[in-house]
Design a binder for this molecule. Sequence first.
Ligand code: MIC
Ligand code: SF4
Length: 754
Amino acid sequence: MAFDLSMIQQVYAQLPAKVAAARSVVGKPLTLTEKILYAHLFETSATVAYQRGGDYVDFAPDRVAMQDATAQMALLQFMTAGRKKVAVPSTVHCDHLTTAKVESAADLTVANDENKEVYDFLASISNKYGIGFWKPGAGIIHQIVLENYAFPGGMMIGTDSHTVNAGGLGMIAIGVGGADAVDVMAGLAWELKFPKLIGVKLTGKLNGWTSAKDIILKVAGILTVKGGTGCIVEYFGDGATSLSCTGKGTICNMGAEIGATTSTFGYDESMERYLRATGRAEVADLANEVKEHLTGDPEVYANPEAYFDQVIEIDLDTLEPYINGPFTPDLATPISKMKEVAAEKGWPTTVEAGLIGSCTNSSYEDISRAVSLAKQVATKDLKAKAEYLITPGSEQIRYTIERDGFIAAFNEIGGKVFANACGPCIGMWARVGADKKEKNTIIHSFNRNFQARQDGNPNTYAFVASPEIVTALAIAGDLTFNPLTDFLTNEKGEKVKLDEPIGEELPSKGFDVEDAGYQAPAEDGSGVNIVVNPDSSRLQLLYSFAEWNGDDLKGMKLLIKAKGKCTTDHISMAGKWLRFRGHLDNISNNLLIGATNFFNEKQNSVKNQLTGEYGEVPAVQRAYKAANVGSIVVGDENYGEGSSREHAAMEPRHLGVKVVLVKSFARIHETNLKKQGMFGLTFADKADYDKIQEDDTIDVNVSSIAPGKQVEVVLHHADGSSETILANHTYNSQQLEWTRAGSALNLIKKQAGL
Ligand code: MIC
Ligand code: SF4
């Protein structure tokens, strides 16, 4: 039985008229993206055509999902917003806080014990406000959403950047910070700049060693980590319809790695098959009734250049498997070139560990194809050279693959199955020996491979590939092994070749599960009491950030000029710091500790301008706060890339940073800064980044800030000279209200009379 069927029915009942209204205001055939966006306007049906990449628009998403590491902050904010219940169906998923160490059951016992306070808090707050709760071990948020909640033509937001995974079932699903989730759960409009549209036409059919993952690995290579910023990517063409629904999910999932707002596919038979296989025949039947509205208009796909802002074409017949990395997901190397490139770059080529699974690659299809390779170890007298680890995306998947003998096959090659949770993908991997910081290579089918992300070791070269390629390379133990052409030497000294992977899109015996791990909320949660222990190190009630008095910001000290890549992992590290995600003051002790200081090329070492001494970033910032001196963070391109974690914006806010001035921002992080009442600015001339000096005292003249108007930044250098530069911003008048109120949440509270 599908969840929230009446909501889906209502969306579909209104869809034809809303799409017709949109088509008439836009005045031409519509992409799927436009249909879904215009069908989810907050106020009415479409009355004006929005300018892509220009207009801010208010939307009404159908649902919200939150995972444990971000839900804590989202719900700590929601509980101050004065609402009795969430306004739209919402769920919480316990997946990020489980450490992968021994194997599933043992690790879950430890997680339940260590995180009891947090899980109890999330369970009771979910119960109180009418939120569905998925227990630890139930699975990873995006896999659970795909299996249970996603529906073609729907729109959702989630407090995790990979919420975009639900595009595999034809949704517009967008990752956001917790404050955005609060808006929607409070029944308010959710604002987004109307995106630009990138069309990706897929022709041909995957074959042999290639899989859906290779499509997004290639797209990441083409567009880079910032090429999708401000855009929604819509896939179409006969190559798109030939992919499985879960394969589409993989492509959309990793679309977060190109900075895209989201990605999506039109409704087709693969989605219908998946809906039916996951117990949602009713949704498939409903979708079939409105199916022409659940895909782009035929004119659009026939002549995409006229409708999309950019079009990319990929021929699946000739696509090669890719391996992306290290340290960035967009460094794409076709497998046939890996030998050459690895030698040229000096990458360590012995593969120490192969990891499959995670929210992006744990479908039945993925696992069955990986198993077909694992089984060849025995039949071809091979021995798997690298450690091999599996994190299933959900209990339903785990239960089904166990039933079908896949787990036993993985065990045969020494594979270990971790809990249905994020585990190594988010650095919750107690990897033996990682503390020695040795140079080594791992390969995984996750989506992110930023430095130190998986095991905390900055010298781990992490590469991303399909589960099939990960498995083959784990068997070979060699990054340069190309299973399409190369032979392995088996235990008998014979030369053998791996056969191409084969698998099944969906389990022929159907999915199965005993306890999926779901807990429904109370009908009336008003009596549920939420207690946060004031002495807790894990949870802390939030205070309201101070209002802005409207003055210019004078005499700020430069906290750090970050050099190069500065992702949310660099700004607010995950791994062991995840335990403080519900405690703003404690987690603030990781502020920018991963960022590289431009002036000394070191991490977590910046000059305290009050003493002239070098110290750790959080300590220096706390010293400025204690002295009541404002500060500013300067950054490079695509600052805040990666996660949706709003801690990366709340921590500097809490510690007294006033402005973040960078060459460019990643979308979610820029919004998070705005929501938390910070000034997020970009250099009008990127070359001005070079003018920022270590001892600068900086004024940012924001008293007359207005939409579209540049802001003056005055740099007072230590030698007594000063320079004035200009900064751009993207605040609209509503967002400036958040800034004035001190945060978006303060404004909600004010409007609710709290
Ligand atoms: C990630 O993949 O980086 C995470 C961990 O899922 C984050 C969320 C978080 O930081 O809690 C994300 O993608 O938003
Ligand atoms: Fe979890 Fe990794 Fe997916 Fe993020 S990308 S939700 S950490 S499995």
